[in-house]
Design a protein around this ligand. Structure first.
Ligand SMILES: *Cc1c(COP(=O)(O)O)cnc(C)c1O
Ligand code: SF4
Length: 479
């Protein structure tokens, strides 16, 4: 019985009191002490003239640094130039290590001054931005035996050059093959950037004929509702090209959603603030879409909380004021964002600047970046710790883009996962019924015995066959 007396007894016994009548309407009972504001690090963004820490940018004014044309003009594409810029800040051994890294990299080099000045050159080996953009020979690892270029089979699902139609109602359009920076882990290293010693690429030039073929195909498919305009990078489209693509797609009656993908906010937020023609062109398409009751948004790609500065905040505030929605896709990378603290900080900080964390991708099997991949298990653990830290709608879904063209799958949805040998098996009923898609953990994170097994092609096949057999036993019929 819940009488006032029994409440008092419960309280004096230290038991929780449910629906206590003793609580007055104006009473506050602090159940836990307030958090010390200094620990809310997601709000503490880097500001000031941080670029002046780099001798090469010591005399660069704020006006110059905030100007996107200054950023573009001083973007570094030659390894020698990069090494010159950091000469004196890093050891000669590190410089030599980079030289070896550049020779073996599948991606060409392209880094903005903004990025360079965010790198901690006193600790270049550990810096999360250095790791993503500047290869060093000593950290490179042999590729997984099951890895190939274009692991996502984008070209196999491509009815027009640069258009991938894999899912029932959405397609991926690659209007161009350049970006404001080049990430050494790019999934599209088969196409993006200039040819390197390692890779001769397929090229998707920004050509009007190819674009028109893509629009014609999209218009001929009533099932298509959603177009991802990726790349390459929408930052590198001229404002007139943003308008042309946006208007062509909005004019197709069955197209309901368009996303322009750009790494830009993470690597050169200055453009949003100072390239008025570009930002206005995007705004105009978003507004035109809104009038047609269609959704046009930006998708971007922040991987580490350090990539979000006060300049980013200003750029994201501008987009927010214009009603432009921004979603984020992160790639999970070893040494960059594979700890609970870093991933939580990234997610909270994205929310703080009104960017919606959409996906965290388990790293694709990309050539030459085996040092960056981690295990599926890491993704599962991180997800558990991130969920609940902030709003559910700001909590990213952890996905595997299933090698072989299975599309994105919830990391938890594997049919089987052989953690010992690092083999997970996925199915993808909306892409191909009855097909199994395999993801492989990096060998270097497996036990010594498992690594030994992977050395023998006959054993490889046995492990893979066993995983598929187990998966067959797992798949439940579903009506
Ligand atoms: C990622 C992707 C899409 C969009 O998928 P969402 O899960 O809706 O973000 C569409 N087509 C291809 C080929 C893709 O890789
Ligand atoms: S910005 Fe995107 S498409 Fe361009 S190199 Fe980086 S990952 Fe690849």
């Amino acid at each position: 019985m819940s009488t006032p007396e029994s409440h008092l007894e419960a309280r004096s016994a230290g038991l929780p009191v449910i629906g206590s009548p003793a609580r007055r309407d104006d009473e506050i009972r602090p159940l836990k002490p307030p958090v010390d504001p200094s620990t809310l690090t997601h709000k503490q963004l880097l500001g000031g003239e941080f670029w002046r820490r780099l001798p090469a940018y010591r005399d660069v004014t704020e006006e110059q640094f905030l100007d996107h044309s200054w950023q573009s003009k001083h973007t570094i594409i030659k390894p020698e130039k990069l090494l010159d810029t950091v000469q004196g800040l890093v050891s000669p051994e590190f410089i030599e290590d980079c030289r070896v890294g550049f020779e073996r990299a599948p991606m060409s080099l392209r880094v903005s001054p903004y990025l360079l000045s965010l790198i901690d050159w006193e600790h270049p080996y550990e810096d999360p931005l250095r790791i993503q953009f500047i290869p060093v020979g000593s950290r490179l690892l042999p590729d997984h035996p099951k890895l190939g270029l274009d692991s996502l089979h984008e070209q196999a699902d491509s009815p027009v050059a640069g258009l991938t139609h894999r899912y029932p109602d959405k397609a991926l359009f690659l209007p161009l093959d350049t970006c404001p920076v080049y990430c050494r882990f790019c999934t599209r290293s088969y196409a993006i950037g200039v040819d390197t010693d390692e890779v001769e690429k397929v090229h998707f030039k920004a050509k009007v004929e190819r674009w028109h073929a893509a629009f014609t195909y999209i218009a001929s498919r009533p099932e298509l509702e959603d177009i991802v305009v990726s790349g390459g990078d929408a930052y590198n489209l001229r404002p007139t090209q943003v308008t042309e693509i946006g208007e062509a797609l909005l004019a197709i009656p069955h197209i309901r959603r368009i996303r322009f993908a750009t790494k830009g906010p993470a690597v050169m937020p200055q453009k949003i603030l100072s390239d008025h023609a570009w930002t206005d062109a995007v705004t105009a398409i978003v507004e035109k879409g809104r009038r047609l009751h269609k959704e046009v948004v930006l998708h971007t790609h922040f991987n580490h909380p350090k990539e979000i500065t006060e300049i980013t905040e200003r750029a994201m505030n501008l987009l927010h004021e214009r009603g432009i929605f921004v979603r984020n896709q992160t790639v999970l990378q070893r040494g960059v964002n594979d700890t609970v603290d870093t991933m939580k900080l990234l997610v909270k900080r994205l929310g703080h600047v009104n960017v919606h964390p959409y996906y965290v991708y388990v790293h694709d099997l990309v050539k030459g970046v085996e040092d960056l991949r981690t295990t599926l298990d890491t993704a599962l653990v991180l997800e558990k710790h991130v969920r609940g830290a902030t709003a559910g709608f700001n909590t990213p879904t952890f996905v595997v883009d299933a090698p072989g063209g299975g599309g994105k799958r919830d990391a938890h949805s594997f049919e089987t996962y052989d953690r010992e040998n690092g083999i997970s098996v996925f199915t993808s009923p909306n892409v191909r019924q009855g097909q199994f898609y395999l993801y492989y953990d990096p060998l270097q994170l497996l036990s010594a015995e498992a690594q030994e097994r992977w050395k023998d092609p006959a054993q490889q096949q046995r492990m893979i066959d066993a995983a598929i057999e187990r998966a067959k036993g797992q798949v439940r019929p579903f009506r």
